[in-house]
Design a protein around this ligand. Structure first.
Ligand code: ATP
Ligand code: MG
Length: 180
């Protein structure tokens, strides 16, 4: 499984539709400060179902919609489409190529689709949940996050490892039970 392409339209600084084609292996996105590199990563997290506006570096979800510049009016919707190569069947769906898309309207409505058919957020989460993609999977390491890990106290660092290993939720459950 690998990411094949990402199309961003009306999301953050990408007013016009912009498509990134990825080959298997490593892709690097380079550019000056503020040119939109992190916005590409935000788009990736968003289309995979990210629900936290803070994780997307905004205050509210609507902040992902292109807000306009001096030369260009704000847009009414953000849309991101991700195409995943599934020839190895890593995603539990009978397609060699899977396209997921997410649209948010400034008026508040939101839509998801899998291979062009309307879907629920839950369907996207289910589709990605066993693949190592999707949220809470630690596939996206944000800017500054490495520094936080390197400069963390031993206790905090243990927390990161427990979270990544999926132990933290069991520890929380145990603590909750012991409190009762
Ligand atoms: P750095 O190298 O500093 O990390 P970067 O390439 O990662 O920079 P981003 O953080 O991806 O840059 O992009 C920041 C730019 O995106 C800012 O100019 C900001 O104004 C713009 N931006 C963010 N949200 C929106 C939005 N909703 N509408 C229009 N522009 C936006
Ligand atoms: Mg950045």
């Amino acid at each position: 499984m690998h990411l094949k392409s990402l199309t961003i339209r009306g999301f953050k600084s990408f007013a016009s539709a912009t498509t990134f084609d990825f080959e298997p292996g490593v892709t690097a996105v380079v550019g000056p400060n503020g040119s939109g590199k992190s916005n590409v990563v935000d788009a990736l997290a968003w289309v995979m179902g990210e629900q936290g506006a803070k994780t997307l570096r905004g205050g509210k979800m609507e902040d992902v919609i292109f807000a306009g510049t001096s030369g260009r009016a704000p847009l009414g919707r953000a849309q991101v489409t991700l195409t995943i190569d599934n020839t190895d069947g890593a995603l539990p769906i009978e397609y060699a190529e899977v396209t997921i898309s997410r649209t948010l309207f400034r008026s508040g409505g939101s839509e998801y689709a899998i291979n062009g058919s309307p879907a629920r957020l839950f369907d996207i989460q289910e589709l990605l949940s066993d693949s190592g993609l999707g949220r809470e999977m630690h596939v996206i390491v944000g800017q500054g996050q490495l520094d936080r890990v390197l400069h963390a106290t031993p206790e905090d660092r243990r927390g990161f490892i427990e979270e990544a290993a999926g132990i933290l939720k069991h520890r929380r459950r145990k603590e909750k039970t012991l409190r009762k």
